[in-house]
Ligand binder design. Structure first.
Ligand SMILES: [Fe+2]
Length: 216
């Protein structure tokens, strides 16, 4: 599957890493389709294997590098929180609206994979390279939505999941989000907004779009 991968990356793609990803993101078990579930694990394994992170827990709990940092926890808290919020919204709305054309597996897979590109965008080695030659490949060369969509397609995940990785964030303002992506996007924005309202975001890292025009 990963014919173009370097030996170093291939060596890191072990059964132990798959088990670790299952353990770090236990909501993966809620994906009912076996093939979809295994490909979600593959996407996260590849994301880690291609980065300097050995674990999703090593990635800072931030929305973007240096921005919207949780005062405690790690990146798994965000990914799991968004996935569970998205599942809760999907289940509630499907119960009260049986004609909603909702694919629950895509909501779960999309929640788990929406930030699968973060190991790339947050990687200190990548960030040093980009900052050292800003004219060359941009800063960053690819944000996590673009790189995440690349990973999803590379491991054979359906375009419905790649779309959620690609367009859960600001990139989604340039297109029409799917139903499942609208749920994940709402969960993602809701997660950061609620953490901020509850005082669980480091005040020095609040992103401009969350700042109020007056301070009270
Ligand atoms: Fe997110």
């Amino acid at each position: 599957m990963f014919a173009t991968e370097s030996d170093t990356v291939t060596r890191r793609l072990t059964p132990a890493l798959r088990e670790q990803v299952r353990h770090e993101l236990p909501e993966i078990a809620q994906i009912r389709d076996d093939d979809l579930r295994e490909k979600v694990i593959s996407a996260w394994c590849l994301a880690l294997a291609r980065s300097s992170y050995a674990s999703i827990r090593e990635i800072p709990p931030e929305g973007n590098p240096g921005s919207m940092r949780l005062i405690r926890g790690d990146q798994t808290d965000h990914i799991r929180g968004v996935t569970r919020l998205a599942i809760a919204m999907a289940d509630e709305l499907a119960t009260t609206n049986p004609d909603l054309p909702l694919n629950r597996d895509i909501v779960v897979a999309g929640g788990i994979c929406h930030d699968v590109g973060k190991p790339w965008e947050f990687d200190p080695e990548n960030r040093k390279r980009w900052q050292g030659a800003r004219h060359k490949a941009g800063v960053p060369s690819l944000r996590h939505p673009a790189y995440g969509a690349h990973l999803c397609l590379l491991v054979g995940l359906p375009e419905e999941v790649a779309h959620i990785a690609a367009a859960h964030s600001g990139e989604g303002e340039l297109l029409v989000r799917s139903l499942e992506n609208t749920i994940v996007h709402t969960a993602d924005i809701g997660y950061w907004s609620i953490m901020l309202a509850g005082g669980l975001i480091d005040p020095d890292t609040i992103a401009g779009k969350y700042k109020r025009p007056i301070s009270l």
